[in-house]
Each structure stands twice: as structure tokens, then as C-alpha cells.
Design a protein around this ligand. Sequence first.
Ligand code: SAM
Ligand code: FES
Length: 349
Amino acid sequence: MMSKVFELIDRLESCHSLSVEEYRYLIDNYSDSAADYAAKKAVSLRHSIYGKDVYIRGLIEISNICKNNCLYCGIRRDNRECSRYRLSEEDILACCKEGYALGFRTFVLQGGEDSHFTDEVLCRLLVKIKELYPDCAVTLSLGERSRESYQRLHTAGADRYLLRHETADKDHYEKLHPSEMSFERRMECLQDLKEIGYQVGCGFMVGSPYQTSEHIAKDLKFIEEFKPSMCGIGPYITHQATPFADMPSGSFELTLYLLSLLRLIKPDLLLPATTALGTIHPKGRELGILAGANVVMPNLSPVSVRKKYELYDNKICTGEESAQCRQCLDRRINSIGYTIVTHRGDPKK
Ligand code: SAM
Ligand code: FES
């Protein structure tokens, strides 16, 4: 049985493709030795493309106001305990200024689906950021919008868009979201983003409620076929003020294993060691890099709002200043023999 796991990992390393059943076999037969084996191969593949470089992105959480009601999410519309905020254009530009001085060359503007951020508001902001920092990339992560909107934002300067697909299984999608959201719409958005020319990121939560190994296998197959530039995966972490308050959080070890498999599926993938990974394990981000990730996304949001962007319980880095987060991550990444680099961090071939 074990030998079949190793054989599939070898095949994934050379062909970057398996069937859904084979991915499922790899997940169902998880073991520490299989994870170590996959991690070694993932790291050597990553080294051949990215060396020991780790890319950083400055995450600016621009608003926690959201019209959506995703059942797992701490800032969902119906969470009355969440104290809402929205950053002004001035606030966001101040974050960029601080981030630039700290060596960030990518800014990620993330937030709930807040109707204040119309195309007009965002385009004006994008043009300003690009004028002030022409050597920087801007990533948006603002949920579902129309194709026309994605097009306008791209024309105004947005380079990348992160929209996790959340799950590649329609029935599972419907268990995680209220009926006003649709799996087909999510997939259509991802397709639109790609066709427009963004560097696109998709992704999913490991251990989300009702998730099975078959769902994860479908996620891996979807990622293999969609070929995103980036892929955000992290453990699902329970938030006490959501309908899933009684559901357990996802597995740290399985997340690391999946990071390794994703690296084998797409060797040049930009793969973050996420804040959620750092939240469920004190060395989560370092171990994520050692499993095959190559990106970290420290927080650049003003400290005054950080606790309010609480997607899940006990989120880390909510009390520190941006400069402290940057230094802390530098130390962490250096401690495992890697180096944070100061450039846009586009995918390499
Ligand atoms: N509104 C945008 C969107 O929907 O893409 C961006 C913000 S949304 C909060 C960013 C990501 O956070 C989601 O795609 C989801 O995967 C993740 N997330 C939300 N709740 C989470 C939880 N309880 N545990 C782990 N990750 C979570
Ligand atoms: Fe909108 Fe989570 S429900 S960001």
C-alpha cells in the first residue's frame, strides 16, 4: 500500500497530473512518511525554480463590510458581534507608503464585498497606487464582480486577483454558502479573470465543514487543469460567531501535505504559507515553506482595525505594527535558511 503512495508521488513529480481517484488515494493514505517524501520532492522542485527566495505581499484589509453570508466566515453579513470598518483612500495609501518603505513591492487589497468600493472608487485608487509606485504589483481580493468590472480594474492597473474557488464540488459549495451564492458563478468569475489577463489565484480551506477526501481530490484536479498563477490554501479555522461554531478546525499536517502536492502539480505555483497556517501552529509559516510554499503575506493594515478583520478565532498578528510583522517574518524565514526578497515576485518559469 505504501509503495503505491510513493509511486503516485513519483509520477506526480514527473507528469504533474493524476486522476481524481489517484489524488484521493494519496489523501486517504496520508502518513508522516508519505508527507516527508512529498515535501522533499516539493522543496527540490521549488529550489530549481525559485532557489531559496521567499516572496512577500503586503496585505491591506480594506473593509470588513460584506454583503455575503458565507457560513464559515467571521465577517459574514449576519455576524452582529463584528464591529465594522472601512479604510479611506487616504488610509490605504498610507499603508502602501509604509509598506513600500518596508520593502514590499506587492500590495494585496482584500476585503468583504462592500458596495462602497465601486469601480470608480477602486480605479481611482489603483491609478494613484500605480503612479506613486510604478514598480509594484497590485493584487485585488474583493470577491465576485461582473466581467466588465474586472476588466475596468485590470485596465486601471490591477495585476492579480485572488478568488478562492473554496471547493470544486457543487454540492459541497452549497453546504458552505447560502443559496444566494452559486458554484457556477464562482467558477465563471475565475474564468473571466483569467481571460482578461490577470494572474489569477484560486484556493480552498483544508478541513472545511463537510469536506471529504473526494472533495479535496477534485480541488487538486481543478487546480491542475485551471493552472492558476497562485493558490491560497490554509486550514479552516472555526469562528465562534458563525453557524459552524461547533465544527472542528482543519488539520495542520494535511495542509502541509497538500502544499507539497500542489508544488508537484504546478512547480512554478505561487503558494503562500498562510496566516491561518501560522494561527493553528506556532511555526506554521516556516513549516509551510519547508513543505513547498514560497510566499508569505504579512499584514499591512492599520493596527487599529486588525482585530476587526477576524475571519476565524485567534487570528495571529493582530496587535503588531507592520514594521514589527516584517521583522518578525524576516527572522522566521532566515531561521530556516531562506531569504525574503524585495521585488514584485511574479511567477517564474
Ligand atoms: N471577499 C473576498 C472573497 O470572498 O474572496 C476576500 C475575503 S475572504 C474573507 C478571503 C478568504 O478567507 C476566503 O476565500 C476563505 O477561504 C477564507 N476564510 C474565510 N473564513 C475562514 C475561516 N473560518 N477559516 C479559514 N479561512 C477562512
Ligand atoms: Fe464576505 Fe467572508 S462572507 S468576506
